[in-house]
Design a protein around this ligand. Structure first.
Ligand code: KG4
Ligand code: ZN
Length: 340
């Protein structure tokens, strides 16, 4: 099998985005995504609705990815898909679909761990962006994950810290819900935070040993704070919204940065990569930039389209595994709690 001129289709369906991408060697030719609007009205992802929407979206999204890449399906050398972790009903759609096309085209099937993919997205060829050298620390922060991973090599990774309850994106989204903001609230809190004072209100940071995170206490603290203040002044939220958002964001960034600093100190690693939807946050980006000066770190942030849930990262891992001839059998199954 030639490894010179490799086209791989990547499929991602672990949560509420149906995505497909084509990679040619290390370069992304197309990266298509169908986001499911339906969850907005419920203020969070509804698993059964997500699974149904994946079934509707997957065929057109794959067709668009092939069309945009300007290749026919017969040019594909392998199909890579997200095996887990994620919502079982969602994963099953991508897994079954990937198996069928690989079988139909008689080409290898490659299973991909979604969390490894968020990290290996840093190796997609992107103009003007440097790839992190090994070893590096990767912090994946999104609505579904919060982890710090020590990355020794492409497939030699160790989770050294993770959330014991909510993900950091949930901390943004649930705080936003308390404030009456729409879902997901992260981008709106970020926007308002820029207009407010980060030290207007103080929220205590959770005390969690080592490199693990906890965000559920913060959510409760915010809820009680808002209940108390609105009892005294029913217009408290609207009169102080920007300051509240700035203070919440400041607290969350503080929690993330404290753990990153500790991880860097414990491992001696100063190459720091971030990924996941929350890495779009301007506060965390600024904090990382400041750390370059303060602690001599080098930070790595991929292009936004490769950092939220996407199939380009799945195709990238597919390519790396293809080079190693690391293929899956047709009896591979989706795994909702797959570990790194
Ligand atoms: O990676 P992602 O698109 O999907 C998964 O959850 O896997 O991440 C979505 C999360 C949401 O919680 C959203 O509120 C958060 O990322 N987010 C942000 C920002 N943009 C997206 N949080 C804070 N600031 C942002 N600018
Ligand atoms: Zn993700």
């Amino acid at each position: 099998m030639s490894k010179q001129n490799v086209y791989i289709l990547g499929i991602e369906s672990s949560c509420d985005d149906t995505a497909a991408a084509v990679i040619h060697n290390g370069k992304i030719l197309s990266n298509m995504i169908a986001s499911q609007k339906i969850h907005e009205m419920y203020g969070g992802v509804v698993p059964e609705l997500a699974s149904r929407a994946h079934q509707q979206n997957i065929v057109p999204v794959v067709a668009q990815a092939l069309a945009k890449a300007n290749i026919s399906k017969d040019q594909l050398q392998a199909i890579a898909f997200t095996r887990g972790p994620g919502l079982m009903g969602s994963l099953l759609v991508g897994t079954s679909f990937a198996k069928s096309i690989a079988y139909g085209l008689n080409i290898p099937l490659i299973d991909v761990n979604h969390m490894q993919a968020h990290i290996l997205a840093h190796f997609i060829d992107e103009e003007g962006l440097n790839k992190p050298p090994f070893p590096f620390l990767a912090m994946t922060i999104s609505g579904g994950h919060t982890q710090i991973v020590k990355v020794e090599n492409y497939f030699d990774m160790k989770v050294i810290g993770e959330t014991i309850d909510d993900a950091v994106g949930e901390a943004f989204d649930k705080s936003g819900k308390i404030l009456g903001l729409g879902y997901p609230a992260g981008p709106e809190i970020d926007r308002r935070a820029a207009l407010g004072s980060p030290k207007a209100f103080k929220f205590t940071k959770p005390k969690v040993d080592g490199l693990n995170f906890s965000f559920s206490g913060l959510k409760t603290a915010i809820l009680y704070f808002i209940q108390k203040e609105t009892k005294a002044n029913k217009n408290f939220i609207e009169e102080n919204l920007n300051d509240i958002c700035a203070s919440i964001q400041y607290t969350i960034i503080g929690i993330l940065m404290d753990k990153l600093k500790l991880a860097s100190k414990q491992t001696g690693i100063k190459h720091i990569a971030i990924g996941g939807g929350v890495s779009a946050n301007s506060g965390i980006r600024q904090a990382l930039k400041d750390s370059e000066q303060k602690f001599g770190w080098t930070s790595y942030v991929p292009k936004f389209e490769f950092t939220t849930d996407n199939a380009a990262m799945i195709a990238m891992v597919g390519y790396l595994k293809f080079l190693e001839s690391d293929f899956s059998e047709q009896n591979v199954t989706a795994s909702a709690r797959l570990k790194i």
